[in-house]
Design a protein around this ligand. Structure first.
Ligand code: FES
Ligand code: FES
Length: 174
């Protein structure tokens, strides 16, 4: 088996927000750096770079993961969603983003992309979560500005809207 050199660059192909893209990366390059530097997806922020702050959270094959704890090579062939993939193709914000805006759930916004990706994944699998559950999910993210109260409100509001929507769908289909 051929040994890889630490500086040798390799082609990596991912599906980023629905588009297949290819770029080169050294074997040691983190997924967070690959997204930002090689693919230009700078909405993914980098804070601590050791898995604590949550700023770099993206979705890989649907799961919310810390992009600073994964090598770019490990993502080869996988589907990735970043914060740029939340709005629609016309740039219209999704319901969670609108809720953040409505509740003023950000100040500097550094933590926001990671929090949005974690909450998007969480709200897809947990309908009508309690405030305690939302706070527990948010405990994986450091926000130095907001005190979290408005973020929790925005998440609860978005969850309630999702719930109303799915109840409406159920009613329509019966
Ligand atoms: Fe990845 Fe902080 S930059 S968790
Ligand atoms: Fe500034 Fe969260 S809004 S760190």
């Amino acid at each position: 088996m051929r040994r890889l050199s630490a500086t040798e660059r390799h082609r990596i192909t991912v599906t980023l927000n629905g588009r297949t893209v290819t770029a080169e990366a050294e074997p040691r390059m983190l997924l967070s750096d690959f997204l930002r530097e090689a693919l230009g997806a700078t909405g993914t922020h980098v804070g601590c770079e050791h898995g604590v702050c949550g700023a770099c959270t993206v979705r890989v094959e649907g799961a919310a993961v810390r992009a600073c704890l994964m090598l770019a090579q490990q993502a080869d062939g996988l589907e990735i969603q970043t914060v740029e993939g939340l709005a629609d193709s016309e740039g219209r914000l999704n319901a969670l983003q609108k809720s953040f805006r409505r509740h003023h759930a950000l100040q500097c916004g550094f933590c926001t992309p990671g929090i949005l990706m974690t909450l998007t994944e969480f709200l897809e699998r947990r309908r009508a979560p309690s405030e305690a559950e939302i706070r527990e999910v948010l405990s994986g993210h450091l926000c130095r500005c907001t005190g979290y109260t408005t973020i929790v409100r925005a998440a609860l509001d978005a969850a309630a809207a999702d719930d109303r929507e799915s109840e409406g769908e159920e009613t329509c289909s019966t």
